[in-house]
Write a protein that binds this ligand. Structure first.
Ligand code: PNS
Length: 176
């Protein structure tokens, strides 16, 4: 058991880098994702935005386009890294020496799916912890799926995605 005296000790001695991975499809990156990533960057030494390469899905943006947009958004943030990953998330997290998987929780409706994934990932690798973070209220109803749908149907998504993403969406749909 932890000795309570240890809990009252001063700041911890500098240890190994605390790495978290923030996985997802990010098709496209929204301001809700950006909010979570910046919160994560305050908690961890490094937060790796891990974009899933899923051969079974046809995304709106290619993996290279999604990486490129996310890197452009976080180019001034040394704690944020953007990378593609494939295969099992826990295997990737282990390769990146991450002890934490970050996921955003917007509403109760997210909970069931997230709970199932977190417990399954824990069963696979017990020492990787899933940490849930809530975005600012303004983004609790934002999702990549709704962004794609609203934009495709001519609605405004202004303020819900980074400017570079809005520009790329415009270009993508201009040719359709
Ligand atoms: O943002 P999304 O699309 O909801 O993210 C889902 C993601 C990428 C976190 C999930 O599909 C995933 O981890 N895929 C990698 C394969 C894997 O590890 N599957 C088992 C999850 S318990």
């Amino acid at each position: 058991m932890t000795d309570p005296a240890q809990l009252q000790a001063g700041p911890a001695a500098p240890g190994p880098e605390r790495v978290a991975v923030y996985p997802g499809s990010f098709d496209p990156l929204t301001n809700g994702h950006v909010d979570i990533i910046l919160r994560g960057a305050r908690l961890f030494d490094r937060i790796v935005v891990a974009i899933l390469v899923n051969p079974e899905k046809t995304p709106l943006f290619t993996i290279d386009e999604r990486i490129d947009m996310a890197r452009a958004v976080f180019c001034g943030e040394p704690r944020v890294e953007v990378e593609a990953f494939g295969g099992l998330l826990v295997d990737y997290a282990r390769r990146r020496k991450a002890a934490v998987i970050v996921r955003g929780l917007r509403a109760v409706s997210d909970f069931e799916y997230e709970f199932q994934m977190a417990l399954m990932n824990r069963r696979l690798v017990p020492d990787i912890e899933t940490v849930f973070m809530m975005p600012a209220e303004a983004y609790t109803y934002t999702s990549s799926r709704l962004i794609r749908e609203i934009f495709a149907l001519g609605g405004s998504i202004s303020g819900l995605v980074p400017e570079i993403v809005e520009g790329r969406l415009r270009k993508k749909f201009a040719g359709r």
